[in-house]
Design a protein around this ligand. Structure first.
Ligand code: ZN
Length: 134
């Protein structure tokens, strides 16, 4: 019995389930790809390799949600939906662990994996403020 190869999305979530954030890196042009895909967005190469990223990011934009739309524990209002720009370049929508204060655009964050899962059972990569004890 052979198993089906994982799709790019499945591979991404499989790494997340192990507490690793890996993105596809293009051997053709050096671009990082997110969201996951079959070809590089820049040069269309299929020579993509899953590489760990640094986990460093900055706040690109954010908003505070006050209404309950989802049953996920991570999305119990109020919560922060945050567009972060990874040090490697790609932007991703994520959230900041704590809601005790507003983020600042350009503020440094670091990756955290807590054990919060979304409705699909995916372990979510989230972010925390880089300064400790703020
Ligand atoms: Zn490329």
């Amino acid at each position: 019995m052979t198993s089906e190869p994982l799709t790019p999305d499945e591979t991404y979530w499989d790494y997340c389930s192990r507490g690793e954030l890996r993105l596809q890196h293009c051997a053709g042009c050096g671009s990082w790809l997110f969201p996951p895909g079959l070809r590089c967005n820049t040069c269309l190469s299929r020579d993509l390799h899953w590489e760990p990223v640094s986990g460093r990011a900055v706040v690109w934009s954010w908003l505070r949600m006050h209404r309950k739309y989802f049953t996920d524990p991570a999305l119990t209002p109020p919560y922060l939906v945050t567009m972060v720009q990874l040090a490697e370049g790609p932007r991703m929508i994520s959230s900041i662990q704590t809601t005790e204060r507003d983020p600042r655009v350009g503020e440094t964050l670091h990756l955290v994996f807590d054990d919060v899962e979304d409705a699909n059972g995916h372990r979510l990569p989230r972010f925390a403020y880089a300064e400790a004890n703020r």
